[in-house]
Design a protein around this ligand. Structure first.
Ligand code: PLP
Length: 361
């Protein structure tokens, strides 16, 4: 360790982000339900588009992402000039912090929100501020009370992860309207596609100059391993983010596969409806076993147990059967397990295993 070469203040306070587990020692065929991945993978058209890019590996990719931005704009009815693409929505979410928050500034997010938000804010040297939720649901009044002259960014995932809860468009609009003038509202729409008819906040972005929306190809599009996401915002914000974006931040394979994916909305619709069907089936099955969950609007449910001990014991029991779900103690929900909605067979396996667990105790 050098005592002369030091990172920026705050960097060494960052706790490493842990992804969902994907292995159980001694179990060959696991069912991974720990990272909110699409159980059906990517669409065939997407895979074909990805495969075709092998012939252009020697060429540098597009720097302006025009073709992908145009496809996204056409599909969602947006202005292509106000879309920015990144290596996962994570790159866009992080660059907003880098551009708009620094030392002495505050970045707000809520009690059970995505663990990357404090990491983005500490990386930028800003102060992370956590706001209480009400019954695992975002509380707009609590966010507004926590705002002050130093507040630069408010991150809000809607639907939220890991709670799966959602607040109404009217509540989000009220938040945007009531923020202090120097603060930007960042709407993280990672799970927006799972909500039928929801625009992820795009119309609010169009109506205001203090709202940015981010979206991802990692969830319903089944492309978590590819790393593509995008943001939609006011021109002044997109102009700033483009200044700090790497010119070749997305490869040709990422761009071409994502473009094919966004144009395949039939696939998205099928995945959404299957998710909705199995989500209510699993939530009901677990509720009957005495394991309730809030109404989820996303591709997972947050199963609530009587105690941390029971949640951990059930997690260990599921693990032994090759079922990997997510412990969420790091999200201040030690008595809960987040379970991704898999295909029908995986959901049935989970319900069966939880029934056995409850029976054997
Ligand atoms: C999964 C997820 C994302 C997506 O991140 P990518 O970098 O696009 O893979 C963003 N926000 C939340 C809350 C998520 O759960």
């Amino acid at each position: 360790m050098s005592d002369q070469i030091k990172p920026q203040p705050g960097i060494l306070d960052i706790a490493l982000y842990e992804g969902g587990k994907s292995h159980v020692a001694g179990v060959a065929n696991v069912v991974k339900l720990s990272s909110n991945e699409n159980p059906f993978g990517a669409s065939d058209r997407t895979k074909e588009a990805f495969a075709r890019t092998v012939h252009a590996l020697h060429r540098y990719p597009s720097t302006d992402h025009l073709s992908l931005r145009t496809a996204i704009a056409e599909v969602h009815g947006l202005d292509a000039g106000r879309i920015i693409c990144g290596a996962g929505s994570g790159e866009v979410l992080a660059s907003i912090c880098q551009a708009y928050a620094g030392p002495k500034d505050e970045v707000l997010f809520t009690e059970h929100s995505f663990l990357m938000y404090p990491i983005y804010s500490m990386t930028a040297g800003a102060t992370p501020v956590e706001v209480a939720e009400r019954e695992r649901t975002v509380d707009v009044d609590a966010i507004l009370s926590a705002c002050n002259r130093r507040t630069k960014i408010v991150y809000l995932a809607n639907p939220a992860n890991p709670t799966g809860t959602m607040i109404s468009a009217a509540e989000v609009a009220r938040l945007a309207e009531s923020l202090p003038p120097q603060a930007l509202l960042v709407l993280d729409g990672a799970y927006a596609e799972y909500v039928e008819g929801y625009d992820g906040g795009a119309s609010l972005v169009d109506a205001r100059d203090n709202v940015v929306m981010t979206r991802t190809f990692s969830k319903v599009y089944g492309l978590g391993g590819l790393r593509v996401g995008w943001g939609y915002g006011p021109r002044h914000v997109i102009d700033v983010l483009n200044r700090i974006r790497g010119p070749f931040n997305l490869s040709t394979a990422q761009l071409e596969a994502a473009e094919a994916a966004v144009r395949d909305q039939d696939f998205v619709a099928r995945c959404r409806s299957e998710n909705t069907r199995m989500r209510s089936w699993l939530a009901n099955a677990l509720a009957e076993l005495g394991v309730p969950s809030d109404t989820s609007m996303a591709n997972f449910i947050l199963a609530r147990f009587a105690s941390r001990e029971e949640a951990e014991a059930c997690d260990a029991f599921l693990n032994a059967q090759g079922l990997i779900v997510r412990r969420v103690a790091g999200y201040k929900l030690p008595h809960c397990l987040r379970i991704t909605i898999g295909d029908e067979s995986s959901c049935r396996q989970v319900a069966h295993a939880v029934a056995q667990f409850k029976g054997v105790r």
